[in-house]
Design a protein around this ligand. Structure first.
Ligand code: DP6
Length: 323
């Protein structure tokens, strides 16, 4: 038995993925662009053994039930199918991410699992192939194979739908302040939420145009370190993604009262001359984008209002590592 451990960091999308064209292969409706973060990661160890009589999944020291481990077991089936491995596995995973609170733990989880499981099954995959494999677990995991700014090119099949590094070494002093407003499991998963947006929101066709325009505009802004343009695009893109939840049938929202208060705080900071913008995923927690000289002003205000223990300051993080 050889155990392989991989570490993958989560990522925050600046131009969001919100909808699948193929729900089985997880081919998205649009491309997306993210920043991998240094503070949030998952370490996953996988070992296949002839003595195992079933797959076992241990997450943060707790053994998952058959139901809770279903996605992971399906992913292991895929790895077995690709590699010819026939044995069952034990997967031991530690999440250094507040789980299911909109900090995209599935991104780091499936990226780390793709790395550890494929290598434990004897495969030596390129990073592009790891990205394709991670995609089969969770869309956002496609991007977590790479560090820094990453683009997931939508593509149209398993081969063409893959992430590519946009800028792995980020030489721009930027930070993402994660504000944890509610640690609880989200009521509508991203998977359900995006599917309902694709099938019921009348604004979905417009979203596809928004994403194409935002990607075209944000890339040169990032390369030029144009903070205002980058910030304006990422904030508007996040709000337009959330407009797809409000316009779905039945309508729903990931915001809570504190989310709206925190958005206003960011706008007030901006009005006071502190350059910062927010984004948020399928949960109530805000992530505030700023440049490091503005970090003290941002964290002081957010800590005063919401508590210093609710803040995590993250910077650009690395791609997948084998430990
Ligand atoms: C709002 O990757 O969690 O974070 O592919 O169904 O597993 P599945 O969804 P997931 O969705 C992420 C949605 C998002 C935006 C993003 O990360 O691009």
């Amino acid at each position: 038995m050889t155990a392989v451990t991989a570490r993958a960091h989560t990522n925050i999308a600046l131009v969001k993925y919100w909808g699948k064209a193929d729900t089985d292969l997880i081919i998205p409706q649009t491309s997306s662009l993210s920043l991998t973060l240094d503070q949030f990661y998952t370490d996953t160890t996988v070992a296949f053994d002839a003595d195992f009589t079933a797959d076992t999944v241990i997450l943060n020291d707790h053994r998952l039930s058959r139901d809770a481990s279903q996605k992971v077991r399906q992913f292991l089936d895929l790895v077995r199918q690709m590699s010819g491995e026939t044995r069952f596995a034990t997967v031991t995973s530690t999440n250094h991410v507040p789980t299911a609170a909109g900090l995209a733990s599935s991104a780091s989880a499936f990226a780390a699992l793709a790395g550890a499981a494929s290598r434990a099954a004897g495969m030596e995959l390129s990073r592009a192939d790891l990205s394709r494999l991670a995609r089969r677990g969770s869309g956002s995991a496609t991007r977590s194979i790479f560090g820094g700014f990453v683009e997931w090119q939508a593509g149209h099949d398993d081969h063409t739908s893959v992430a590519v590094p946009f800028q792995e070494q980020v030489d721009w002093p930027i930070a993402m302040v994660a504000l944890l407003l509610d640690p609880h499991e989200k009521k509508v998963s991203s998977r359900q939420g995006m599917q309902s947006s694709v099938t019921t929101s009348p604004y979905y066709p417009a979203w596809k145009q928004v994403v194409a325009a935002d990607l075209a505009a944000i890339k040169p802004a990032i390369l030029a370190h144009d903070f205002t343009t980058t910030g304006e695009i990422l904030e508007a893109n996040a709000m337009r993604m959330h407009a797809l939840t409000l316009s779905a049938n039945p309508p729903y929202s990931y915001f809570n009262g504190d989310t709206l208060t925190a958005m206003q705080t960011v706008r007030d900071l901006r009005a006071a001359g502190v350059a910062c913008y927010y984004t948020l995923d399928a949960g109530p927690n805000l992530k505030v984008f700023c440049q490091t000289p503005d970090l003290p002003a941002v964290t002081t205000q957010l800590a005063a209002q919401f508590g210093a223990d609710r803040l995590v300051v993250a910077h650009p993080g690395p791609g997948i590592e084998f430990l």
